[in-house]
Design a protein around this ligand. Structure first.
Ligand code: F3S
Length: 397
């Protein structure tokens, strides 16, 4: 791989140890994926922030990088294992909170913006069409590539941090136009509405892509989709199909840039969707936890939740997971007061998947197909998917 003189001097250690280590990581990746060169990135999103995932080994790596490492581009963080202000109310123990704060401090020392959200594109890490990024967090990667039309591979924690410190990433995969065309034609022959339904659709398409061994669907038949519905779809299709990019005719910006696949590989009707939805509802579920905001809730979603909860009381543990800047807007507008008076809790900076709550609840109700997957696999909960309205009905029952 050809390196510029600036990149070579980082590799030679002239910009310090963290830059050298970072360039070593990126050059190795570039060799493996046969990149010809590095490219500058506009921004970075780092995942693997929860102390529950990192542990002491991860923290040691971070502390080493924080020794003399400073980020060169806008860099934000994925959700942490706890709300950084409200952790006690959410039942997080003191020892975990201490360790989680050590992680955040190491990131902050490197100049990273510690917003802790999986929807960086809603809170200021907002690239435009065509820009190159180095993002981790599968749902945000899928959103950036597909909905924004920016270009990023699915980075891991170390490669994203390395890109932040050098401002570069190897030029391969989704950075190249030749790897961005649709591979599978999917026709959706039914109207889809609501974040839960878009999540169900994402699982259906993701499962089928897995069977076909393909990654990039070209989807026709969707008439309209909101930002919130698309973020739910991205989270789901990335979870179940490993998809980092899709095209949606008439909706996503690149659908017309590449030839459309010629024959329809997947036809989707209401029965298909009903079947997949039933797979996201466990038998004999006893719901004692409701969580909305996977991916992190937008201000529009919080407004809707507030209007549905106004004057009501919840009878179950109920979290709304969102980015702290979004929560601040909700505070100012008065949505937070309505929601908290109803007994629901904000869990900013974190979510029902990355918080250390394994086994704490029996059954979780969510509007997110991704949260269903990890609720079962990671936290050992029974799960039920439903619309935002149905989740709130369950909470106040
Ligand atoms: Fe975000 Fe947590 Fe869902 S990181 S996408 S809210 S699992």
């Amino acid at each position: 791989m050809k390196l510029t003189s600036e990149e070579q001097s980082m590799l030679d250690g002239e910009d310090g140890k963290a830059a050298q280590k970072s360039m070593e990581i990126l050059a190795t990746l570039g060799e493996i994926f046969e990149a010809e060169s590095m490219i500058p990135v506009y921004s970075v999103q780092i995942a693997g922030v929860s102390y529950a995932n990192l542990g002491e080994a991860g923290l040691e790596f971070l502390s080493e990088m924080a020794g003399d490492g400073k980020v060169r581009v806008l860099t934000t963080l994925n959700p942490a294992g706890m709300d950084r202000e409200n952790w006690k109310t959410l039942g997080i123990d003191e020892e975990f909170a201490k360790n989680q704060n050590r992680v955040i401090e190491a990131f902050a020392k490197m100049g990273i913006i510690t917003t802790c959200s999986c929807t960086p594109y809603l809170i200021g890490n907002a690239p435009h069409f065509g820009q190159h990024l180095a993002w981790a967090e599968s749902s945000a990667v899928c959103y950036a590539n597909s909905v924004i039309g920016a270009k990023t591979n699915r980075e891991g924690g170390p490669s994203a941090l390395a890109a932040a410190i050098t401002g570069k990433t190897p030029n391969y995969g989704y950075h190249l136009e030749k790897n961005r065309h649709g591979e599978v034609l999917v026709n959706v022959d039914v109207a889809i509405k609501g974040t839960d339904s878009f999540g169900v659709l994402g699982k259906l398409i993701g499962d089928k892509l897995g069977e076909l061994g393909k990654k990039i669907p070209y989807i026709t038949g969707i008439q309209e989709a909101s930002v919130e519905e698309l973020k739910s779809f991205c989270a789901s299709v990335a979870t179940y199909g490993g998809t980092a990019l899709f095209h949606m005719e008439g909706i996503t910006p690149e659908y017309n840039n590449y030839p459309k696949p010629v024959k329809t590989d997947i036809e989707i009707n209401q029965d298909d969707l009903d079947k997949i939805r039933s797979e996201l509802i466990d038998d004999n579920i006893d719901i004692d936890f409701v969580s909305l905001g996977c991916p992190h809730a937008s201000i529009r979603e919080i407004a809707k939740i507030a209007s549905l909860l106004e004057g009501k009381k919840v009878n179950k543990e109920f979290w709304i997971t969102t980015a702290r800047p979004t929560k601040k807007i909700a505070d100012e507008v008065g949505y937070s007061r309505i929601i908290e008076e109803a007994g629901a809790k904000f869990a900013s900076d974190t979510c029902c998947v990355v918080a250390p709550i394994k086994g704490r609840f029996k059954g979780i109700m969510v509007d997110s197909a991704k949260a269903c997957y990890y609720g079962r696999a990671k936290n050992k909960f029974k799960v039920k998917i439903g619309s935002i309205e149905e989740c709130i009905e369950e909470a106040i029952k």
